[in-house]
Design a protein around this ligand. Structure first.
Ligand code: BGC
Length: 340
């Protein structure tokens, strides 16, 4: 049996190295060399496993069963109503109080041709877990390639009709964790629409709006600072970016969702997914009071999470993609982080 603090490492010959622990499948570091061979750890986190276990519950973690928010924690399937816990004001966030980020995953090495190294993380979530219907068997592959890709492949099956939306919650900073904010990173999103929020806590209104003419237009690349410093009411509501973007021409195939670039350090990453949306969250709730890697404070906007997903609150929004997983059917979701 795997222990919460067990550490696993994936490495390729180009020097990309991803470390994670069994607790929450939390990615604790991603070491990436730039063109000059200078290595930086590009995900925010802590120096020790003890601090990771006691620290921010979502750093690098697998979130589920439903990542992001479900308004009032309520939804209906086949005419039956379900009430999940409300752990985010009146809403349900990232699977509830005891979400998948808080579980000890069973981890085993697996041989898969397309990866130079891979691990399979699995867990069984019992029927009624956090009040979700159906026993859900989940497995997640973490795999690395010689093309500097770190892939996350989720799959799941339920014994009853249920809802599902798994994601990964690493915060990236291409200068290196603790080396300042991501304001100077350029972000490009394959998206010309987003789902506006209607209150400070970040719940979506149900509208699908154009990004054109707003501070959230990253369709042809923009410095993140331009949004952070703008007076756009959507940005003001959450003191940064905490929005779901609609991936253009979604057709369930793997396609580019985002590119993040930091010119000075020469690091760039791309995010590919087969999901319809991506949450961009600039870590506005960090306030510098907590110590992160190298003893440096975890500051506001110190990292950006790029979470591939079905839209927030989809179970209650008829115009959003379907988040229902029928009994016995397979849920699958791929997310690839590629470092260039
Ligand atoms: C959400 C934020 C939330 C954060 C918690 C993100 O995925 O978009 O609103 O505060 O998770 O870590």
């Amino acid at each position: 049996m795997t222990k919460a603090s067990d550490v696993f490492i994936l490495k390729n010959k180009k020097g990309l190295e991803v470390s994670f622990i069994a607790h929450g499948g939390q990615i604790i570091s991603i070491k990436v060399p730039n063109h000059c061979g200078e290595v930086a750890d590009v995900v925010i986190g802590y120096d020790t496993i003890e601090e990771t276990l006691a620290g921010d519950a979502y750093f690098g973690a697998i979130c589920g069963r439903y990542a992001n928010r479900i308004v009032k924690g309520q939804f209906e399937i086949n005419g039956e109503s379900f009430q999940l816990d409300t752990n985010n004001g009146a809403n349900h966030l990232h699977g509830g109080v005891d979400g998948f980020n808080n579980r000890v995953w069973d981890v085993e090495p697996v041989k898969i041709r397309r990866f130079v190294q891979a691990y399979k993380l699995s867990l069984v979530s019992p029927d009624g877990d956090q009040n979700y219907p159906g026993e859900l068997s989940v497995s997640v592959i973490y795999g690395i390639t010689e093309e500097n890709e770190f892939a996350i492949e989720y799959s799941a099956k339920s014994t009853k009709d249920t809802i599902i939306n798994l994601t990964s919650h690493a915060y990236f900073n291409l200068k290196g964790a603790g080396e300042g904010t991501i304001a100077d990173h350029e972000l490009t999103l394959n998206s010309d629409k987003y789902t506006p929020i209607d209150e400070e806590i970040g719940t979506v209104s149900g509208e699908i709006a154009e990004v054109r003419g707003t501070a959230l237009d990253f369709s042809s690349g923009n410095l993140i600072s331009e949004a952070l410093e703008s007076n756009d009411p959507q940005v003001k509501l959450v003191d940064g970016i905490d929005h779901n973007f609609v991936i253009s021409a979604y057709d369930e195939s793997l396609r580019i969702a985002a590119r993040l670039e930091h010119e000075e350090s020469g690091r760039m990453m791309e995010v590919y997914t087969d999901q319809p949306g991506i949450q961009v969250y600039t870590g506005s709730h960090f306030d510098g009071s907590e110590k992160g890697k190298n003893g440096k404070p975890i500051e506001k906007w110190g990292g950006v999470a790029l979470e591939t997903q079905i839209f927030p609150d989809s179970p209650n929004k008829k115009n959003f993609p379907n988040a229902i997983l029928k009994a016995g059917r397979n849920y699958s979701h791929t997310c690839v982080y590629r470092f260039l």
